[in-house]
Design a protein. Structure first.
Length: 85
């Protein structure tokens, strides 16, 4: 992409944003000082934490399934202990 194409694309996106703001009567832009900004920032942090927690839960379930397949679940032994690596 050339600089000219990028500049044209930027101008096009700005025009689309202006049209969207006019259509939805948006006349105030959020700044970090606004309560709405802080609320959204807190929500984003909680959402990121929840996604990490969901991924961890999935990994734990996956490991339990692997141990179950090896008939080691509930023994307190880990697959790593049996790895001949």
């Amino acid at each position: 992409m050339t600089k000219l194409n990028a500049l044209e694309q930027l101008e096009s996106l700005r025009d689309m944003l202006d049209a969207f703001e006019k259509l939805h009567s948006i006349d105030v832009h959020w700044t970090p000082e606004l309560p709405e900004w802080k609320h959204a920032e807190g929500y984003a942090t909680i959402h990121e934490y929840q996604r990490a927690l969901d991924k961890l839960e999935g990994l734990v379930v996956q490991r339990l399934f692997e141990l179950s397949k090896m008939e080691l679940s509930g023994t307190g032994m880990s697959f790593i202990a049996y790895c001949p690596c």
